[in-house]
Design a protein. Structure first.
Length: 471
């Protein structure tokens, strides 16, 4: 009775379906995807006011996770611009704690900047178990921070021992691109990609890395979706920067050619920001980087493919299929071995944790489909993909919560996991760099008797000037 049947699941109010229905019914210009930044977020606000909706969908979301072999979720608290981070966090905990059926923790977004935000970041890290904050470089006039605000937010992350996360896309360029698309009469899902091409993502990624380096703050670039942005991250890592890039299941398992599909509903199902890229070699490229142990990318340390489907029409499914997609595209294809699979999907979280275990059958296959998945959405972007590697049993906190296709979960079984500041994994190198880079300023020696010195030298003239004016 705590598990949704497929029929009940289909009746859950998924934002994206609601959104699509609204769009199809109203058919007006506001519904076009080019307005997505402002319009979608306005829609999210409207939708997330319904607490019942949020908690029901949250429960379904966690069920989907354990069915896919994921035993911990990191979700995003996104306070509205101008609103308290702490209050948003408290609201989330109140809704989630009694509902979650596997362990979870939270990232908190910094969507505006003030002394109060700065203080609240400290409280969240010291008292509330938060050690990661997400900043948006896109969503202009809604969540976007300017460079000086990013600098301040990153500096505060460093101060309190958190990792800075960024949504790296140039929001100003997207806004201009959107105007251009509209003037050309392009309003469909393909316009979503066209107004935010790869370089918009790569530029913001580079800028975020530069700003983080200026304050020596560790950086985590969430949802790296393009080859060019991935290259920026991997180059920075090779240069020794403490930066992590996160590909998501969607980016590894499919591509942006779907935006040009003639079936509007199909194309719309793939809309997310940053978008999937139409270059079909992108997923393979991202998987190559993920498979490389040393230089390149991290996956699933903090999040991966866990789009907030229950909240976000501008997002795609991934939580249930992430493990299978990586196995299929990574291990089955021969790009990574089983150990690397464990390293990128689980081990860093599982260490020192309780009995969360997934028993994996590498020989079993399954076909991904919206007809059989547990996610509260009526579509699946991996529809029809045949996957080798299937979770057979999932154990959460020592209890079997999923076995042979059957869920056995109860709301409130999961716990909120407090994450500590100054995590060694990211802060060890940062602290060491701080210690060794404290250089004293170069001492300047002024000449003693100015009259006796040859003043033809330009340098000495300057010294005299300083000397006379006692500067
Ligand atoms: Zn984002």
């Amino acid at each position: 009775n705590n598990v949704y049947t497929h029929q009940e699941k289909k009746n859950l109010p998924c934002c994206k379906s609601l959104y699509a229905t609204t769009v199809l019914q109203t058919g007006n210009n506001l519904s076009c995807f080019i307005y997505s930044d402002v319009f979608l977020w306005a829609f999210i606000r409207f939708a997330s006011y319904s607490l019942t909706y949020t908690s029901m969908a949250m429960y379904a979301f966690h069920q989907a996770a354990v069915a896919g072999g994921t035993t911990m979720i990191l979700d995003f608290v996104i306070p509205q611009n101008g609103k308290s981070l702490l209050e948003a966090y408290d609201r989330w905990r109140k809704t989630a704690d009694s509902k979650v059926c596997c362990d979870y923790s939270l990232h908190v977004a910094v969507t505006w900047w003030s002394d109060k935000v700065k203080e609240e970041m400290e409280t969240l890290t010291k008292e509330k178990g938060i050690n990661s904050f997400k900043m948006f470089m896109a969503y202009k006039d809604v969540f976007m921070l300017q460079d000086d605000q990013l600098y301040a937010a990153f500096a505060q992350c460093k101060e309190v021992g958190a990792i800075a996360q960024v949504h790296a896309e140039n929001g100003d360029l997207i806004a201009e691109g959107a105007k251009k698309m509209l003037s050309m009469g392009i309003t469909g899902p393909e316009g979503h990609e066209l107004c935010r091409p790869e370089e918009v993502e790569a530029e913001a990624t580079q800028r975020a890395i530069t700003i983080a380096h200026a304050v020596n703050c560790p950086l985590y670039v969430v949802h790296v979706m393009s080859k060019s942005a991935a290259k920026v991250v991997s180059d920075a890592r090779r240069d020794g920067r403490v930066v992590f890039g996160e590909p998501i299941a969607a980016g590894l398992g499919t591509d942006g050619t779907h935006y040009w599909n003639k079936d509007w509903a199909h194309a719309a199902a793939f809309v997310m920001g940053p978008p999937l890229r139409p270059d079909p070699s992108t997923p393979g490229y991202l998987m190559d980087l993920l498979a490389n142990q040393h230089a390149l990318m991290c996956f699933g340390i903090l999040t991966c493919g866990q789009r907030q489907l229950h909240q976000d029409p501008n997002g795609v499914n991934g939580v249930e299929d992430r493990m299978s997609v990586i196995w299929e595209k990574g291990v089955h294809s021969g790009k990574m071995d089983e150990n690397r699979f464990v390293a990128v999907t689980s081990s860093r979280i599982a260490k020192n944790s309780d009995a969360d275990v997934v028993i994996w059958d590498p020989k079993m296959t399954r076909k991904i489909s919206a007809k059989t998945h547990h996610q509260a959405v009526d579509y699946n972007i991996f529809e029809g993909m045949e996957c080798h590697g299937v979770p057979v049993i999932t154990i959460s906190r020592g209890k079997v919560v999923y076995e042979d296709g059957q869920l056995n979960v109860s709301p409130g079984h999961g716990r909120f996991i407090h994450r500590k500041p100054f995590s060694e994994f990211v802060y060890k190198r940062i602290k060491q760099r701080d210690q060794v880079s404290k250089e004293p300023p170069v001492p300047v020696i002024f000449p003693k008797n100015v009259e006796n010195v040859d003043i033809r030298s330009f340098t000495l003239k300057i010294h005299i000037f300083f000397h006379i004016f006692k500067l």
